[in-house]
Design a protein around this ligand. Sequence first.
Ligand code: 5AD
Ligand code: SF4
Length: 491
Amino acid sequence: MFDLPILETPLPTTVSPTIAPELTTLTPSLHDNVLPSTMKSGTSANAPKVYVETYGCQMNVSDSEIVKGVMHTSGYALTDKPDDADVIFVNTCAIRDNAEKKIHERLMHLKYFKKRRRDLVVGVLGCMAERMRDELMETKQIVDLVVGPDEYRRLPELVERAGTGEKGIAVKLSRVETYDDIEPVRTDGISAWITIMRGCDKFCTFCVVPFTRGRERSRAAHLIVDEAKRLQDAGFKEITLLGQNVNSYHDETTNIDFADLLRDTARAAPNMRIRYTTSHPYDMSDKLIATMAEYDNICKYIHLPVQSGSDRVLQAMNRHYTVEHYKERMRKIKEFMPHCALSTDIIVGFPTETEEEHQMTVELMREVRYDGAYMFLYSPRERTKAWKMEDDVPYDVKVHRLDEIVKQQQRIAGEINQLAVGTTEHVLVEGPSKRNPDTEWQGRTDTNKIVIFPHLTDKNASIHAGYVVGDMVKVKVERASAAAFFGQIVG
Ligand code: 5AD
Ligand code: SF4
């Protein structure tokens, strides 16, 4: 797993790597703890300002909230304008080469910020930190700090030292760090991420995450459940439990597993929608599926990356399951939750993948009929096992394979969404629509489908005159595309 398709609306059927600039608050902030700290009492008016730009998966978004929490506690104000900042952090992603390249370009651009303001402190955080330290710090002299995902507590100290001209490196990985006592500064008013575990022990042969984020470790269940309750009390409407591979969550003290945690969270926050991501097919238990089915507030949406439809390729990827096992899990999910939406991740062009094996992926996707899929060209990553294999599928063949599954997926998602026309969906209002923010709202079903609907219309003015972001409304779907539903409020 990992790029939990992030920030960008997990609009399935996306091909692009999941890179997105920091989530700026689209929705009006409803609660004090989501207000930029520049506006909070307690941070002095002339406090130094920190700007955090986030790339990559939802885990990085959640980490950036922790970083903001650490900095805020140390007296820094937050800003969403890099021009105003005294400290700029770029939280990076190393999952694929094109992700790294984009971030690299951005860092080059930051050089100009530094030229204009000599006392500006620039820090590279997250998964690229370790790899980039020589180049960015020593050779190109662009950044003052390089800090890995387990060292964020040291940021204030390192920033202070950077102010005196001392470069800072902190890239050690920890077996225990879970940032339990840090209060994240959340930037979204209705949806909150809760990181339940860090790191990954799966060592899929293509994936750099075990090397950049280190070994798997789980937070204590009671802390997670308490956090969920606090978020509910603060007015949040939805939480997503986050981990690289949530199914292997394990609270060592109490022996609580992920299904137990999900149940306890759903009970503790009965008025909230509960989501989670990401799962590994190997650990997707009957107990977890049954728990999801039992609680109405656990969203009926599962992101279950399959990566390939060929057993041989899956084995070469060290995925620990067969296509048959995966299909059996899918059947079980549909047996317990017939309307559960499903999405997946696919890699095309893994070393040695033949055309015939690729066709097995095409066939699997046709058989499962995913609501959405994140599809990627294989990208060799240093330190992984696959790095030592020859990247022998030519680029144009990879692109051709990607194109084939993207087109097919688009068609399937369109057909699935078409079935919703005429139905009435429960939609959580998230904010103005991206295309027509002045006249339309955007929300989401529990199956994670985006729904676009107009503000007031004469027809139903009396019904929704007073609703706001965070409300649950009923929308009758009038039309659907592969990407969204479009309809009218009916209650
Ligand atoms: N090349 C291409 N895709 C990758 N992913 C992870 N590592 C690589 C890589 N080296 C994809 C997998 C994973 C998703 C988050 O990113 O599909 O599930
Ligand atoms: Fe996901 Fe495998 Fe990477 Fe772990 S190693 S984050 S399970 S893709």
